[in-house]
Design a protein around this ligand. Structure first.
Ligand code: CP
Ligand code: NVA
Length: 314
């Protein structure tokens, strides 16, 4: 198979999901499938390229998959753990790193830090999770859904839990791919309204329905995939006890899964807190695809690196 033609992403960065146009999103997911099917085609694509990895917060999947992706594409990566912009302004960090490395991947507490890196660095910047978005996760999740559903259009995904970074990115990509997206959250923990508005605008074009509700039975009706995430995200640990009380009725357990369509997939970005947001029984069940999601982080991010840096067909 010939390598796919790789148009460079117009925005030059992935600071939020919306840096990808809808057409680029589909192209990237096509490339992710091709990379997964024939990884050897791309093994020299990033020869000589160095990826900077900046992590203000812990990570297993994101860190390892970006390191492996860079190496398997013929490049390399450098990892820095700690605050971005503590010793010097973020704009200076950006303008140093771009002199030595070809692309910056950043996991930050604040979205503003990612935005500032992108603003000041000529090199592409990738959001590896901020307080608002987790676009790389959503790419892998969309790849996983297509593998199990055979497509996206008209299928239904229900997210249950906190209206957080993962919920936002899933909502934006679902809307653009024609997936009906329902977000089931307790009152006060709904997704950001501006992001929901953007998702509704995309949904109006693709025919997707976007629903935000506190009623689990309503939101899970007809759901072909049920997705959850931790109740307290990184940086919210001090709220964990209060959130545990508020979210208790939204635990994804066997009873809640019965509100979804028969055979519904179970999804989680991981790390999971078993017996909190999901029971051990559900995450270990036959329809759980959490490790497919984790695997696809690698393939989707390879596609992303290829489309942000020079690929073989450019
Ligand atoms: N899902 C995810 O981003 O995992 P890490 O926090 O381990 O990177
Ligand atoms: N919402 C979680 C996702 C972890 C991958 C967090 O931000 O901690």
């Amino acid at each position: 198979m010939q390598p796919l033609f790789l148009p460079r992403l117009a925005a030059g960065d992935l600071t939020t999901d919306l840096d990808l146009t809808s057409a680029e999103l589909v192209s990237l997911l096509e490339l992710a499938a091709a990379v997964k099917g024939e990884p050897g085609q791309y093994r020299s694509a990033l020869r000589g390229r160095i990826v900077s990895l900046l992590f203000e917060k812990p990570s297993l999947r994101t860190r390892v998959t970006f390191e492996v992706a860079a190496k398997q594409l013929g490049g390399d990566s450098i990892l820095t753990i700690g605050p971005v912009g503590g010793r010097e302004p973020v704009q200076d960090v950006a303008r140093n790193l771009e002199r030595w490395t070809d692309l910056i991947v950043a996991r930050t507490f604040s979205q503003k830090t990612v935005d500032d890196l992108a603003r000041y660095a000529q090199a592409p910047v990738v959001n590896a999770l901020s307080d608002m978005y987790h676009p790389c996760q959503a790419l892998a999740d969309m790849q996983t859904l297509r593998e199990h559903w055979g497509g996206w259009q008209g299928h239904k995904l229900t997210y249950v839990g906190d209206g957080n970074n993962v919920a936002h990115s899933l909502m934006l990509d679902s809307a653009r791919l024609g997936i009906h997206y329902s977000c089931v959250t307790p009152a006060g923990y709904e997704p950001n309204e501006q992001i929901a508005e953007k998702a509704r605008a995309y949904a109006a074009e693709t025919g997707a329905k976007i629903e935000i509700t506190s009623d689990a039975a309503e939101g899970l009706k007809g759901a072909e995939a049920v997705y959850t995430d931790v109740w307290a995200s990184m940086g919210q640990e001090h709220e964990a006890a209060e959130r545990a009380r508020t979210f208790a009725a939204y635990q994804v357990n066997a009873e809640l899964m019965r509100l979804a369509a028969p055979g519904a997939l179970f999804m989680h970005c991981l790390p999971a807190h078993r017996e909190e947001e999901v029971t051990d029984e559900v995450i270990e069940s036959a329809t759980s695809v959490v490790f497919d999601q984790a695997e696809n982080r690698l393939h989707a991010q390879k596609a992303l690196l290829l489309m942000l840096l020079d690929g073989p067909a450019r």
